[in-house]
Design a protein around this ligand. Structure first.
Ligand code: A3P
Length: 317
């Protein structure tokens, strides 16, 4: 563990009672939600009509959303675009796969989605219980990706500190909010369990992925993703290594170095540059930020919250 100024030291074995809360987060429908998205969430729940072939990417922020958007877009559109002319070369994945809550229904209470080519790919940070009923009653496919919570906290802290006009918590504030379940779209355990339980109940409709597994065996996980989406790789594509090509194209290093992701302006007013979506893309980076006592404290909370669910997380890297 490096001795960084931001490092959460041994005092983190006990809660820091004066750690700040995020004033822009509100409790809504049992979760901690950014206040400025609430009206859009209500519109989404009221108006969104799911189609059976819709694809929805569901994540907590900083869990690998950008990566998953690129992979899903590439898998589904591989017969429309080659990797050399895919729109991903010119647009950030967030421009191609919009969020219900952050983009579509925030900008317009009832947007016209009828012109989006099929299958439509959407994304959301909302937990399962907050999805529009039409999604729950349709046959559409949902992919959830979870990430080691410690890496998730570090990634979030870096991200918000690079944003403009937002509350900038310290790393310790982020950690304490996470432990209390008050981080954006938290509690982490309830967010994960909603999708985990649905993946057990409706495995053809909900796929549960892990960032670390996607990183460790990207090709196998990409094939799994393609099967689940109903776009399996053909024998011919197996021979030409199509899955490997998609994985290489969507890799951290390739996406990060595309001009659009180096210098392009991100959608929305708060993210100054697409660059902010690509930091280090590593597993286990948290050891440079958290002391063992902090890791133990949150691990114990998670063990208790997830006990009996069957959802297990590898917490130590
Ligand atoms: P780090 O901050 O740890 O580097 P999200 O897309 O949900 O906002 O998550 C962002 C995290 O995913 C960041 O993690 C970012 O660097 C990482 N990331 C972005 N693109 C990636 C890719 N193609 N492969 C792996 N990780 C990626």
């Amino acid at each position: 563990m490096e001795d960084k100024e931001s490092n959460i030291g041994s005092s983190s074995s006990t809660p820091n009672l004066i750690a700040k809360s995020n004033p822009n987060i509100t409790q809504f429908q049992g979760f901690s939600v950014p206040s400025h998205f609430v009206s859009g969430i209500i519109s989404f729940q009221k108006h969104f009509q799911a189609l059976d072939d819709d694809i929805i990417i569901a994540t907590k922020p900083k869990s690998g959303t950008t990566w998953l958007k690129a992979l899903v877009f590439s898998i589904v559109n591989r017969h429309r675009f080659t990797l050399s002319n895919t729109p991903l070369n010119f647009a950030n994945p967030h421009q191609l796969v919009p969020y219900f809550d952050l983009n579509l229904y925030k900008e317009n209470p009832n947007p016209d989605l009828s012109t989006i080519p099929s299958p439509r790919i959407f994304s959301t940070h909302l937990p399962y219980p907050m999805l529009a009923d039409s999604i729950k009653h349709s046959n559409c496919r949902i992919i959830y990706i979870i990430r080691n919570p410690f890496d998730n906290i570090v990634s979030y802290w870096h991200f918000v500190n690079g944003m403009t006009n937002v509350f900038k918590p310290s790393l310790e504030d982020c950690f304490e909010m996470f432990c209390r379940g008050e981080e954006a779209y938290g509690p982490f355990w309830d967010h994960a369990l909603g999708y985990w339980n649905m993946s057990l109940e409706k495995p053809l409709n909900v796929l549960f992925l892990r960032y670390e597994e996607l990183k460790e065996d990207s090709v196998a996980q990409t094939k799994r993703l393609a099967e689940f989406l109903g776009f399996p790789f053909s024998m011919e594509e197996e021979k030409t290594g199509m899955a490997n090509q998609i994985v290489d194209f969507c890799s951290f290093n390739n996406l990060k170095d595309l001009e659009v992701n180096k210098t392009g302006k991100a959608p929305g007013p708060r993210v100054p540059s697409n660059k902010l979506f690509f930091r280090s893309g590593k597993v286990g980076d948290y050891v440079n930020y958290f002391c063992p006592a902090a890791v133990e404290r949150l691990s114990n909370i998670l063990k208790e919250k997830l006990s009996g669910s069957g959802l297990t997380l590898k917490l130590i890297y």
